[in-house]
Design a protein around this ligand. Structure first.
Ligand code: CA
Length: 184
């Protein structure tokens, strides 16, 4: 059984949605369902999901637009796996361009979807929880290689970044000269 993950499944092909939903629920993943892009956007901004499985070919607002809106307008960082029936390179590139984390071509095996889902959820969690440090208004995101102070980004050299990363990671403890020299 997987821990209490909740995902949003966006798929207009109902038999496939049922198959995916039944499989994932069997593995312990809770599944919310949206049959179109507008419902998906509504659910994704009102609820918190560990990941979104998003079909590209949807009536109305398609999956690429849903993904782009979530990233650019809702500033959502929820991991997204795109699904498409068309094995086309353009779809895949457009998906990543729109902000998708991974991509599956139909038909796919259910264990493959489960494995990819768990991988992107864990990747996001580890980067969110282990590589993100906040002290006062200073924020360092090691996964994205960014530092901001009071919301304004600060440019640092690689070594400066590594040194700040070390100091923030160890804070409020003292850092030995040896540890600092190892970074520099
Ligand atoms: Ca579809």
């Amino acid at each position: 059984m997987n821990e209490q993950f909740v995902i949003l499944l966006v798929e207009d092909h109902l038999p496939l949605a049922e198959t995916i939903g039944a499989y994932l629920e069997e593995t312990g993943i809770a599944v919310d369902f949206a049959p179109n892009g507008l419902t998906a956007l509504h659910l994704a901004v009102t609820n918190t999901y560990d990941a979104i499985v998003l079909d590209i070919g949807l009536p109305g607002v398609n999956g690429l637009e849903v993904c782009r809106k979530l990233r650019q307008e809702a500033h959502s960082a929820t991991p997204i796996i795109m699904l498409t029936a068309r094995d086309q390179l353009e779809d895949k590139l457009a998906g990543f361009d729109a902000g998708a984390d991974d991509y599956l071509v139909k038909p796919f095996a259910m264990p493959e979807l489960e494995a990819r889902l768990l991988a992107i959820i864990r990747r996001r969690r580890s980067s969110a929880f282990q590589d993100h440090y906040e002290i006062g208004d200073l924020i360092l995101d090691a996964a994205r290689f960014t530092v901001t102070r009071a919301g304004r980004s600060i440019r640092l050299s690689g070594k400066q970044f590594d040194l700040l990363h070390l100091l923030m990671r160890e804070s409020p403890n003292l850092v030995s000269r040896e540890s600092v020299e190892r970074v520099l």
